[in-house]
Design a protein around this ligand. Structure first.
Ligand code: GDP
Length: 293
């Protein structure tokens, strides 16, 4: 992921690092290259504009301040702005004082909701928690079975009721309390595209379990469409964070760099493969550092 952007930015950084002096003309040239690199990485144009404006401001400041190493200051500005675009700080989970902590998973069909529900359950287990998975995706015939299979692999129980998704969510919450499970993860139905019926169902499920966290799973490979999806979901549900899935298949990284600025919510977790352990908390600063090489 970010392969091209990383290559391009590394080249730019090499050119300006260690330069004793930077002129405004140098800054203009560097900014042109950064802008092109970001646009080619499929970053949302509004995001490109604001990121570039802020880097430029720092860069011009560096040319005027007669700083020892102005090139280094520009590199730092690029690093800071990438970190900011990627969400700023790592989202840390605050557990509900009265368990269970409820997590609602939303997203389009095929985005990786079911897989990532299990991955997240496994992550919570590694934090010493005892999750319960709820299969409230009754739309896709195999979804609950898939969740049961994944749950068995990580030794996490799965609750579902074939009757009704909202009832399933509600009863799942009761089941978690009864069994003393301290985290509840509710997988919901997706559709191929946003539609009113789907939004209403997930809104009702949300109302039934009153989630502490609502995570939107988006497929990184869908680029700017993913950002539009995020905007649409955020209008209906209060999204707390994004789970960016299929980051392993996305060489450009445009969705990851755009989503925070567009919906104002950070990427909480990154999914980087089909295997259940290919999942990690998302650290914007580390990712920015990796992009810059
Ligand atoms: P859902 O319809 O949103 O529940 O999507 P699924 O969880 O069934 O995932 C759809 C497909 O994407 C499955 O084949 C998953 O194995 C695959 N998948 C999910 N996450 C990732 C990921 O991070 N990387 C890759 N390469 N595949 C993924």
């Amino acid at each position: 992921m970010f392969d091209n952007l990383s290559g391009r930015l590394e080249g730019i950084v090499k050119k300006i690092r260690g330069k004793g002096r930077l002129t405004e003309a140098d800054v203009d040239e560097v900014m042109k290259e950064i802008r092109t690199a970001l646009l080619e990485a499929d970053v949302n144009v509004t995001v490109v504009r604001s990121v570039c404006n802020r880097i430029r401001e720092h860069a011009i400041g560096a040319t005027r301040s007669q700083a020892l190493d102005p090139g280094q200051q520009v590199v730092k500005a690029v690093n800071d702005e990438l970190t900011r675009a990627l969400g700023g700080e790592t989202l840390s989970i605050t557990y509900a004082s009265k368990p269970p902590t409820v997590v609602l998973m939303a997203g389009l069909q095929g985005s990786g909701k079911t897989t990532n529900s299990a991955k997240l359950a496994s992550w919570f287990k590694a934090q010493g928690r005892q999750p319960l998975l709820v299969g409230a995706d009754l739309q896709r015939p195999a979804a609950v079975e898939q969740l049961r299979t994944l749950g068995a692999q990580i030794d996490v129980p799965v609750y579902s009721d074939p009757e009704d998704p909202v009832l399933t969510a509600h009863q799942g919450l009761e089941e978690a309390k009864r069994l003393g499970r301290d985290v509840l993860i509710v997988d919901t139905a997706g559709r191929l595209s946003i539609d009113a019926e789907m939004m209403e169902q997930v809104r009702l499920i949300s109302g039934a379990v009153d989630p502490d966290y609502t995570f939107l799973v988006i497929d990184a490979m869908t680029g700017q469409d993913a950002v539009q999806t995020a905007e649409a979901f955020h209008e209906t549900l209060k999204i707390d964070g994004v789970i960016m899935s299929k980051m392993d298949g996305d060489a450009r990284g445009g969705a990851a760099l755009s989503v925070k600025e567009v919906i104002g919510r950070p990427i909480a977790f990154a999914s980087t493969g089909e295997k259940l352990n290919e999942f990690e908390q998302f650290h914007p600063d580390r990712m920015a550092g990796r992009i810059l090489g």
